[in-house]
Design a protein around this ligand. Structure first.
Ligand SMILES: O=C(O)CCC(=O)C(=O)O
Length: 248
């Protein structure tokens, strides 16, 4: 399904590409997520109807159409339950080293209950998706300036780029925390973001990550240009900046 895109969704896609994630709320009523939470607790495979309704909701589908294209496949669904006092993963990227160039998958982190910061949430590092690393070699970093905790009210969903650095955190609260992670892939992803070069020029895309030094920032900007060209099909997009980064 492709639905009309408004400027709001263009800004959202730009933010996703620039930061590596997007937070959305108010996708469906809270009761829907209660059902999902019960299924997680019952150990049922939480794919199926409750997940499909989320993926088909207008808000999520509109964003996924521009990030993956309308032809998508479900790669993996996993549930993550952290009991009080448990949890705490090293920073990592899911899967093996991803050598697909600018192609990427989108992971949805779905929080089916109110998830407060002290329940852990998921630590994410903005703009880290632009720096290719092996799965666990970043586990030595305890804290990075600018890192965030993904959390929020019932039904909060984070769309994250599949190469974003992240980790589940320790649950310091007295309530069990649950999260459903869903990985999606576009079968024909190239040029699926239907945006004009003029609109692209007006949305903010290039910001320096707080944890980046000048070299990693330059490399990340260069990767971002390649990513935007791939997703929009505008093969000459921002060649002045590209030349500055390559030869300046
Ligand atoms: O529990 C979380 O928030 C993240 C889990 C995760 O990243 C993993 O198990 O690979």
């Amino acid at each position: 399904m492709i639905v009309d895109q408004d400027s709001d969704s263009h800004e959202s896609i730009a933010r996703f590409l620039a930061e590596g994630f997007l937070r959305i709320t108010d996708v469906l009523p809270d009761e829907h997520f209660d059902d999902l939470r019960t299924r997680i607790d019952d150990g049922e495979a939480p794919a199926g109807a409750p997940l499909e309704r989320i993926l088909d909701s207008r808000k999520v589908a509109t964003l996924l159409d521009s990030l993956l294209g309308p032809d998508r496949e479900l790669v993996r669904v996993s549930s993550h339950t952290t009991l009080p006092g448990e949890g705490g993963q090293p920073l990592h990227v899911d899967g093996v080293r991803d050598l697909r160039g600018p192609r990427f998958d989108v992971q949805l982190l779905i929080f089916p209950q109110l998830t407060t910061q002290d329940m852990g949430g998921t630590r994410i590092v903005p703009r880290s998706h632009l720096r290719l690393v092996d799965n666990s070699c970043i586990g030595r970093y305890q804290h990075l300036t600018g890192e965030l905790r993904a959390a929020g009210p019932t039904g909060t969903i984070y769309l994250v780029h599949s190469r974003l650095w992240h980790s589940g955190l320790r649950n310091d609260a007295t309530t069990t925390r649950r999260m459903l992670r869903v990985r999606l892939r576009g079968r024909r992803q190239a040029a699926c973001w239907n945006v004009s070069e003029e609109t692209l020029g007006a949305v903010p895309l290039f910001t320096r990550g707080r944890w980046e030094d000048s070299t990693s920032s330059r490399e990340a900007d260069y990767e971002l240009i390649k990513l935007i060209r791939f997703l929009t099909g505008h093969s000459e997009y921002d060649h002045q900046r590209e030349y500055g980064l390559r030869y300046g």
